[in-house]
Design a protein around this ligand. Structure first.
Ligand code: GLU
Length: 450
């Protein structure tokens, strides 16, 4: 049995019921086969066995009191996966579906994504099975305070620097930061995605979405094309999706659909971003409200798509940006996209495509940007926030955006070259996995058996 198969088999036994983690590892190991054959030293140093095992996992109780005075208990997680290239870095997700397998898959992806940025960042991820939907500001604050009361002892500006993810935005980062500061008495860059008045960086909230669009533009430029004038769809309507829409519109593309967990909005004239922001960010409401304000927009509720709500992928487009969540795009969705003429799929979310969809898209001749590469702009800009905090400076939006663009261009070059080197020209899934892994693995060998 090949080396990677052995490792997968052992992992399936030692990490049962962690399907998403297993899925993420299987994809990376599949890509690595030619590299492992060409460089036996990775096997000799047992890099694969070490890299799939988090350096440390912290699971904790988060007890808090809701507005009715009822005690609530949630599970909190921080997985410190790899500190090979820098402090552990990665977001915190608050979502009822969070469990150990989800946090491990996200932390594992983060190792390679962070390596691809070219910056000094290790990989980690955290979260809680807490559902922020429908909770009052005070409940969110009490939850965040309780969460940080445990987390503070495990983080630090050169140790582990969490940020936001699904369910964690500037409001939650604010409450987490306030509590960290109250406990430690130290105003330092222990979290990124902070508010602009208290250590945040201009451009951080835009960065994942903008970066994904810059990555798509790089992929299309390499084929002598660009996003201008293209028809696009963007799944999701959270922070990543909204800023993807924003940058696509700036570049002269037309976004005709967005979605949320209740359904899809199809607006052929082009999505009204101001209204979308009003509904989703200001009112924290449902997408259905967008359609009730815009008579020429059509709302397709999830109930009309009982098989998982993939209505958005049936809307014809030139470029698709899966920017909602894991496994939101199946093989049949990918086929529908391509049948309808889609030439570019660029992932703003983490692992949004199922394994067979990844295989299909990577083998197709379209421009396919895997999340590890395409959505790395968020964490890269977090590192820019860390740099500004360490030097007690604040850069302009133009400065941050210029650096973000450069970083995305660099990632595209790195992953394209790695794909080419291993005979998989244009397959950026293989390119991203190989280039990210090689950087971490070489540094692990330099640092000895730890
Ligand atoms: N949660 C984001 C990601 O998936 C950002 C992480 C960060 O900025 O640390 O990459």
């Amino acid at each position: 049995m090949p080396y990677t198969e052995d490792t997968l088999e052992a992992l399936r036994k030692s990490s049962p019921a962690q399907d998403e983690f297993f899925q993420a590892v299987a994809e990376v190991l599949h890509s690595l086969r030619p590299l492992l054959d060409a460089s036996p030293r990775y096997r000799a140093h047992r890099i694969i066995e070490r890299i799939v095992e988090p350096e440390r996992q912290i699971f904790f109780r988060v007890a808090w009191v809701d507005d009715e005075g009822t005690v609530q208990v949630n599970k909190g997680y921080r997985v410190q996966f790899s500190s090979t290239l820098g402090p552990y870095k990665g977001g915190i997700r608050f979502h009822p579906g969070v469990n150990a397998g989800i946090v491990k898959f996200l932390g594992f992806e983060q190792i390679f994504k962070n390596a691809l940025t070219g910056l000094a960042l290790g990989g980690g991820k955290g979260g809680a099975n807490f559902n922020p939907k429908g909770r009052s500001d005070n409940e969110i604050m009490r939850f965040c305070q309780s969460f940080m009361t445990e987390l503070y002892r495990h983080v630090g500006p050169t140790v582990d620097v969490p940020a936001g993810d699904i369910g964690v935005g500037t409001r939650e980062i604010g409450y987490l930061y306030g509590q960290y500061k109250r406990i430690t008495g130290s105003f330092d860059g222990v979290l990124t995605g902070k508010g602009l008045a208290w250590g945040g960086s201009l451009g951080r909230k835009e960065a994942t979405g903008y970066g994904s669009v810059y990555f798509a533009e790089e992929m299309l430029n390499a084929r002598g094309e660009g996003l201008e004038g293209k028809t696009c769809i963007v799944s999701g309507s959270g922070n990543v999706a909204l800023h993807t829409v924003e940058q696509l519109q700036k570049m002269g593309a037309r976004v005709v659909a967005v979605s949320d967990s209740g359904g899809t909005v199809h607006h052929e004239e082009g999505v009204d971003l101001e209204l979308l922001k009003e509904v989703k960010q200001v009112n924290r409401g449902r997408l259905e409200e967008y359609a009730s304000e815009q008579s020429d927009a059509r709302f397709i509720p999830l109930s009309e798509y009982p098989e998982g709500g993939h209505a958005i992928w049936a809307i014809p487009c030139d470029a698709a940006f899966p920017s909602a969540t894991q496994n939101e795009l199946t093989l049949s969705d990918a086929r529908t996209l391509l049948e309808n003429g889609c030439q570019c799929v660029c992932e703003g979310a983490n692992m949004p495509a199922t394994p067979d969809a990844v295989g299909y898209l990577a083998e197709s001749r379209i421009a396919y940007g895997p999340g590890k590469a395409a959505n790395a702009g968020g964490v890269a800009t977090s590192q820019l926030e860390m740099s500004q905090n360490a030097s007690m400076r604040q850069w302009s939006m133009d400065e941050v955006d210029r650096r973000l663009r450069e970083i995305m261009k660099g990632i595209h070059e790195t992953v394209s070259e790695a794909a080419e080197e291993f005979g998989a020209s244009g397959n950026l899934v293989h390119g991203a996995n190989i280039a990210g892994f090689r950087k971490v693995a070489d540094a692990m060998i330099d640092q000895g058996v730890v």
